[in-house]
Design a protein around this ligand. Sequence first.
Ligand SMILES: Cc1cc2nc3c(=O)[nH]c(=O)nc-3n(C[C@H](O)[C@H](O)[C@H](O)COP(=O)(O)OP(=O)(O)OC[C@H]3O[C@@H](n4cnc5c(N)ncnc54)[C@H](O)[C@@H]3O)c2cc1C
Length: 318
Amino acid sequence: MKVLVVAGDRLGGYDPITAHGVAAGLKLGEVTVLASGPQREEKAREAAQLEGVAEVIQTDHPALQKPGVENLALLLAELTTTYAVILAASSTFGNDLIPRAAALAHRSPLTHICAIPDSTTLLRPIHAGNILTKLPLPHPPLFLTIRPTAFTAAASLPPDGPQAPITRISQGEESHLSRQTQLTPSPNRRPDPVLARVVVAGGGGLSAGGNFYWVEALADRLAGAVGASRAAVDLGLASNDLQIGQTGRSVAPELYIGLGISGAIQHLAGIKEAGMIISINSDPGAPLHSVADYALTADLYEAVPALIKALDNNNRLD
Ligand SMILES: Cc1cc2nc3c(=O)[nH]c(=O)nc-3n(C[C@H](O)[C@H](O)[C@H](O)COP(=O)(O)OP(=O)(O)OC[C@H]3O[C@@H](n4cnc5c(N)ncnc54)[C@H](O)[C@@H]3O)c2cc1C
């Protein structure tokens, strides 16, 4: 079966999420990676070095040199004549792209695939992650998003070793559905929460301070990513792309720290795969406390500065 894996769209270069998509794609068949957008050449070069990739296609049509999903969705719908599976990681970009492409091809997308036990079976969470459902592989063409952290990234081969061929294609179309007026890379230089080893997330409990300062300060001490609950996003304390949970992103860090987060079921759906969970909340009955490995009942405005001071003094937690 031929599988087309869409490379991640991180601005400023190659997106490491691509290697997770390749790992998932290899479980279903022969993998071709599609590189589009402003950094397509760099993305194509890096993807060609990923173990198991058979071919890389680089889209050179002007409509596909810009970021965005509308034009790319049109191309993906057409490519179903060649590829049985179109797959992207469930990042903001993948979650936007795959359902659009599927709709154009009159198919239903299958999203957040978290395991592919064999080439005929897919596993995906339902009911806010409380149940895993097993699906026999439907008839192609298939449009899938995969949970990146559920698939160990394909290894990158040495640059002087064998590489997959890169084919440039001029196929493409302008949808005229959106117009790009300005491109401003996010000033956030912290790791992406989806792939980070440490995630510090802030919730509605941060509203008293009116900002995310303590979340960011702790994340920076731990070289971690920043995440947020929906309450924090709705309050304007954090940007939408940082939201973790059922309608946000799923994270699987080794360490997750929730600051002033109650632990509603919709938030917990996004942290099910976290290794260690630490909750800091002034309410001893907060649901996040009951799923946490370590729960600290305290005012975060006292606990977090003390924690940061301890980290600064010792450079580690005893
Ligand atoms: C369909 C649907 C989808 C949803 N999707 C998501 C999702 O993807 N992600 C998500 O997060 N939510 C989602 N929600 C919303 C979810 O139900 C909760 O409303 C939300 O998670 C609450 O966020 P919170 O715990 O940060 O805020 P709150 O409920 O406001 O809780 C704030 C917490 O901070 C604590 N606190 C307050 N002050 C302090 C202090 N000084 N120190 C320490 N602790 C303090 C409080 O005790 C409380 O536990 C969804 C809801 C629906 C209906």
